[in-house]
Design a protein around this ligand. Structure first.
Ligand SMILES: [Zn+2]
Length: 800
């Protein structure tokens, strides 16, 4: 009894709730593709708001470092000490803190190594590398050697190393709002990049006996502690990069006295480490007065670098050291490069009203490419990215050439792309240089400034950065093959069986190696380009993307913060897009099944009866009549008029007075607007469309008219919201359409364009009569080299 009363009360105050209590059986299913992400995203809270911005309780901890390190060029070893001040800005008491020991990835016993799988094939054989992928690590004694962890008073602190992570058990827990200071001494053997595959290490040049050092992930670094993961202390497996926190750095690097150094931060003691000539050139590189120079100035020339190589290489090492001191504020990491082989050039472009040092370090082996392009590319990157995100906040940006193919750190990046020993290079090498410098320098913005969790989400820095890289490459050269953002080029990946793809929203270390490139880089980058060009439009997208950078500069966003901000700042519901492109593995495949053509029946008897007569006459001339021996003048009826009556004279298609009256009555029943339409002879085309792939996408269709002109109609993805598999759409046009084409500009990554035309247009499949042999390496043919050969017939062909 009481129950019924309660129910009635509930009905009275909440009819909505009441409806839910008695669901009407329905066979209709809401199209979930356009339902909101809802519980797929984390619940907004006071740390991170529903609009995608940092909330009122957002916090991040901070670590300031004072590091002293010595580079041993004889033994390829770093010996260093650091004092860290760790600031606990959380509301939690922390009894211990975690640090990252990335050099331990080069120990053969860590999970990143022992979890590798491999196999041997009897048919194909197996290389030593396949049989023992970690062979290069055995007996090398690589890894962080921690020699001391002490508190502020010098008392040892207990610590535990778990593979690539180190836990320090604080003597006293660090309270909210408080700091803790401690020091660590360590050393490690620098890895040979080429033999172990690493993001930093050395390269030895046997011809001159010298080394280039690119030193990264080299000091014990604080893990992030935040509102999402607590401690982000997931092991470093080699793939998922670095989840780091901001801080101020003071770093003193002691290196051989003839080395040239570049690092995160500003050099504090040029007078102690640079010659008078180098300092003079340094000042020249700033330009004249307020005007930046146009071309980089060489601070160390190639001749000087070659002289240093000869003096310090196999023929005898220099005596003495120099200490280069750097300061960097608000950075999440610190890295450096050092070598006597370095040529050094510098330019100080104006970036959003502020002068920034753009500088490159490279050996003679990198010329002529590097001297011509590297520093100018840095300046271009800072300008292009600053416009689309926030103004580059740091004073310096380096691009360094050494053994590492492409890796980013704050204010410094290591980039490959080396010409042939004879100074020629393929177009592939040149384009790689352009894209890799833009990409790695561009990483200053994502993740060095917009500090996403790289260990968890590769796409948040690689995808966003690859997108901006593509735009910057096209601003560098309109003909640049920016395939990383072009929808056509993600098609082969999206054509793969869904079991061979993983969603973009997959943790970095769980993405199979062969899909990592598309997954972390090109698919998200292409998706963003599609959002900008096809879904949102440039204005709405650019504003929202910039807003994301503004909100999260020097903070740590999560995927939901990105998804929410883009919608929040644009007013465009994109949940369906995130579902399709970021959470799913289905492709885009639209199909134009057929087009039905309609015209209004004008009811005008002059027209309708005339058309009926023409249609009837077309059927009269049968094949039998054509073959009959008698001509129609020789039939009985033709020859004998007495055999004719009313029906021989009757014309059923003649317009009668009654027809005319009926037509006038019809016209009188129409409004003026209806009358215009009825008389205009408009063509109505009903397009039957299928979404075969899965991801609902905007429908873009080109009409080529009979008169040779054309027109493009665009419909939003929501056109699929009632039926995500099959829809019809009527298009009215005064002109007659002779050809229909879906996605005419290849902008939605449709994996099968053969069913995109109506009437269908056959495309020949071309085959080669004789199979041609493959030529050229990974970087492609090098016609520059061939042009130096005497045979003019072969010039520029790229094949020999
Ligand atoms: Zn990258």
């Amino acid at each position: 009894m009481q129950k019924i009363v309660l129910l009635v009360a509930a009905l009275a105050i909440s009819p909505w709730h009441a409806r839910a209590q008695a669901p009407a059986p329905s066979t209709q299913r809401a199209n979930t593709r356009f339902e909101q992400l809802g519980p797929i995203l984390p619940t907004p809270n006071t740390f991170r708001t529903a609009s995608g911005a940092p909330g009122k309780d957002y916090f991040q901890n901070r670590a300031d470092y004072d590091i002293k390190a010595t580079l041993d060029d004889i033994n390829q070893k770093i010996t260093a000490s650091e004092t860290i001040i760790y600031h606990n800005n959380s509301t939690d008491v922390l009894p211990f803190i975690w640090l990252q020991l990335d050099q331990n990835l080069f120990r053969p016993d860590v999970i990143g190594r022992t979890s590798q799988t491999n196999s041997i094939s009897a048919e194909q054989g197996a290389s030593l590398q396949q049989i023992n992928p970690n062979g290069a690590l055995i007996g090398k004694d690589y890894g962080h050697k921690i020699t001391s962890v002490r508190d502020q008073t010098g008392k040892p602190i207990k610590y535990t190393i778990n593979q690539t992570m180190m836990r320090i058990d604080l003597p006293q827990p660090v309270s909210p709002g408080k700091s803790v200071t401690f020091s660590i001494d360590w050393n490690f053997k620098i890895v040979d990049v080429k033999s172990v595959g690493a993001r930093g290490g050395y390269e030895f040049f046997p011809k001159d006996g010298n080394y280039i050092y690119e030193i990264a992930q080299w000091f014990p670094r604080l893990c992030a502690y935040n509102d999402v993961n607590g401690w982000q202390n997931k092991q470093f497996l080699g793939r998922g990069e670095f989840t780091l926190i901001f801080g101020n750095y003071k770093v003193a690097l002691t290196v051989p006295s003839d080395h040239i150094v570049g690092a995160t931060g500003e050099l504090q003691n040029p007078a102690q480490v640079l010659t008078a000539t180098q300092q003079k050139r340094w000042n020249e590189a700033k330009g004249k007065g307020d005007k930046p120079g146009e071309n980089p100035v060489l601070i160390v020339t190639q001749a000087e670098a070659e002289a240093a190589e000869k003096a310090g290489g196999a023929n005898g090492k220099p005596t003495g050291t120099k200490t280069w001191i750097y300061k960097a504020d608000n950075v999440r990491d610190f890295s450096f490069a050092s070598s006597r082989k370095f040529i050094w050039d510098a330019l100080q472009p104006n970036v959003e009203g502020k002068r920034v040092w753009a500088m490159s370090l490279y050996p003679k082996e990198a010329n002529p490419l590097w001297g011509q392009y590297s520093t100018r590319l840095i300046a271009h990157t800072l300008t292009s990215y600053s416009r689309r995100t926030i103004a580059y906040p740091y004073p310096v940006a380096y691009s360094v050439h050494g053994p590492v193919g492409g890796m980013e750190y704050p204010m410094i990046s290591f980039n490959g792309a080396r010409p042939e020993p004879d100074g020629t290079y393929s177009v592939g090498t040149k384009n790689f240089l352009i894209s890799v410098v833009i990409h790695e320098v561009g990483h200053n913005f994502f993740p060095m400034i917009v500090n996403s969790d790289e260990r968890q989400w590769s796409w948040m820095d690689e995808g966003l950065n690859s997108f901006l890289e593509g735009l910057a490459c096209l601003e560098w050269d309109a003909n640049f093959p920016a395939h990383g953002i072009d929808p056509q080029y993600i098609v082969p990946y999206m054509q793969l069986d869904s079991t061979r793809q993983v969603p973009i929203m997959s943790s970095s270390d769980n993405i199979p190696g062969n899909t990592f490139g598309p997954n972390a880089y090109t698919k998200p980058a292409t998706a963003l380009n599609i959002l900008r060009e096809t879904v949102m439009g440039r204005d709405l997208f650019d504003y929202a993307f910039k807003e994301y950078a503004r909100r999260w500069a020097f903070k740590s966003p999560e995927p939901a913060d990105f998804f929410r901000t883009l919608e929040d700042a644009s007013g465009v519901d994109l949940d369906w897009f995130w579902k399709g492109w970021f959470y799913g593995v289905q492709p885009v495949d639209q199909s134009l099944v057929k087009v039905d053509w309609f015209q209004t029946n004008s009811q005008n008897p002059e027209i309708t009866k005339g058309e009926a007569r023409a249609a009837a006459q077309r059927k009269l001339n049968t094949i039998s009549k054509q073959r009959d021996a008698l001509s129609k003048d020789e039939t009985v009826v033709a020859q004998d008029s007495s055999m004719r009556d009313f029906y021989n004279r009757y014309d059923p298609y003649a317009v009668t007075d009654e027809d005319r009256k009926k037509y006038q009555d019809y016209l009188a029943s129409l409004t003026a607007e209806e009358r215009v339409l009825a008389e205009a002879g408009t063509n109505f085309y009903t397009l039957s469309l299928k979404n075969k792939g899965g991801i609902p996408m905007p429908v873009i269709v080109r009409m080529e008219f009979e008169d040779g002109t054309d027109s493009v109609a665009r419909f939003p993805a929501e056109i699929w919201r009632f039926n995500d598999a099959s829809i019809k759409k009527v298009i009215a046009t005064n002109k007659k359409v002779k050809q229909w084409t879906l996605d005419p500009f290849y902008e939605i990554a449709d994996i099968n364009t053969e069913d995109n035309t109506f009437p269908p247009v056959a495309q020949p499949t071309r085959f080669q009569l004789f199979k041609q042999q493959q030529r050229g390496g990974a970087a492609g043919p090098n016609p520059m080299q061939q042009q130096r050969q005497p045979s003019p017939a072969k010039q520029g062909s790229g094949k020999n």
